[in-house]
Ligand binder design. Sequence first.
Ligand SMILES: Nc1ncnc2c1ncn2[C@@H]1O[C@H](COP(=O)(O)OP(=O)(O)OP(=O)(O)O)[C@@H](O)[C@H]1O
Ligand SMILES: [Mg+2]
Length: 458
Amino acid sequence: MTFIAFARRAWDWVRYGFKSLLKGLRPKGLRNRFVLIILLPIVFLQVILFSFFYNRHWDAVSRRLAQDIAGEIAAVIHIIDNVSMPPDELNAVLEQIGQEMQLDIAFVPARSDIGRRKQKRHYSSAHLYAEIRQMDYPTAMREVAGQQQLVTLQLDKGTLKVLVPRKRFFSSTVYAFLLWMVGSSFFLFGIAYLFMKNQVRSVARLARAMGRFGMGQTNFPFKPEGATEVRQAGMSFVQMRDRILRYLQERTAMLAGVSHDIRTPLARMKLELEMMPPGASVSDLQADVAEMEKMLAGYLEFARNEGRENMESVVLNTLLQDIIHKHRKMKKRVDLHEEQIVAVMARPNDLLRAITNILSNAGRYARRARVTLGIRNHMARIVVDDDGPGIPEHKRAEVFKAFYRLEESRNTATGGVGLGLTIARDIILSHGGTISLSDSPLGGLRVVMALPLKTRET
Ligand SMILES: Nc1ncnc2c1ncn2[C@@H]1O[C@H](COP(=O)(O)OP(=O)(O)OP(=O)(O)O)[C@@H](O)[C@H]1O
Ligand SMILES: [Mg+2]
C-alpha cells in the first residue's frame, strides 16, 4: 500500500468515526432536537459575547483602575520626596491621605529587602502589577489576606508600603453582567421551552393517532390542533381516515350484497338441475353450481372480515394453543414452540381466523407443521413451518391475491377458493403487522407473521 492510499484510508476512518459520533450524539426525538436548536445559539452567543465584549470591557476597566492606583501612589511618592517632616508626622499625613484614597499607606525611613521572589498572584491583579512595575523604583507586590495586594516600593528615603484592597483594582460588574446574561438566557429558554413543548405535543399526538389507525384501531378520539401545518396534517389525516373507512364499508357492503343477490338465482338453478333428467352434462353443471356456492361463501366471509370487533389484549400463547388443539383433533401433526409469553392488542376472532387460515393451508398442502412463537425486533413473531411442496419464489406475491391458486384447475377437491392467504394478510396488516413467505427448514413453506407488541400506550 502506498502512503497516499494509506493516508486516504485513515482519513476515511476519521471521517466515518466523526460522522457516526455526530449521529450518535444527535437527539432522536423532536422535543430534544428543538431543545438543541434553541440552546445551541444561546450558548454560542454567550461564549462569543463573553470572549469578545466582556473580556475587552473587563480588560479596559481593570487597566483604568490600575492606572488610577498607580497615579495615586505616584502622587504619594511626590509628597514624600518633596516634604521634609519627621517620620511620625509624615505617617499621620499619609494615613489621612490613604483614608481618602481607600489605601493603607505606611512609610518606613529605612531600606528593606525587596526580594525578587516570584509571588503567586491572582489574575485579577495582573494589570495593577504591570502598572507598579513600570514605576522607576524597585518594587514588589504580593497578595495578603482577603486578596488584598501589598505593594512595596524602595524609594530614595526609605520604603513605602501600600495595601490595596481588592475592590480598588477589581471590577465586579463583569460578574453581575455574567449573572444577568446567564439568568436571562435561562429565563428565555424556559419560555421558549414551554411554547415548544406545546408544538411538539400536537405533532406527537398526530403521530400517535396515525400509529393507532395504522394498527387497525378506528374508534379513538382525535382533534387536529397545533400550528397551521400540523393542524393541516391532522385534518388531512382525519379526511384520509374517513375515506378509508368509508371505502372499506362500501367494499364490505357491495361484496355482501352481490354474494347475497347471486345466491338466490343460484339456489333456483340448483333446484332446476335436480329436476332435470340425470346425465353427464347435468352432473357437470351441478358440480359447477356447488363450486360457485363455495366461492360465494368465501366472498361472504371475506366481506365479513372488516373489523366489527374491538381491540383487546390477546395472549398469543393461549390463542395458538386453542387453534392447534382443534387441528390435532382433525388428526393433523402440529408442534408448538413457545419461546416466551407474548401479548398483543388485537381483535381476537380476526386474529384467530388469520392464523387458522395459515394452519389449514399447512394441513391441506403438507403433512406436518410446526408453529414457533417468540419476540423479534420488538414485535411478536409467529412462524408456521410445514413440509409440503412450498411455493416457488416468483409466486409468493401472487398467492396473496384474492382467488389465486397455484393449481389452476380450480378443482375444489385439491384446494380451496384461494382467499385464505388474502384474508390472513388483510387481518395481519390491519393489526399493524407484516406477513411474509419463505423457505422452511422442514422443506415446505414458511409463513412469518409479525405483530406489534402490547405496550402501555395501546
Ligand atoms: N402451505 C402451503 N404449501 C404449499 N402451497 C400453499 C401453501 N399455502 C398456500 N399455498 C398455495 O397458495 C394458494 C393460495 O392459498 P390460499 O390459502 O389463499 O387459498 P386456498 O388454500 O387455495 O383456498 P382457501 O381460500 O380455502 O384457503 C393455494 O391454492 C396453494 O396453491
Ligand atoms: Mg387456504
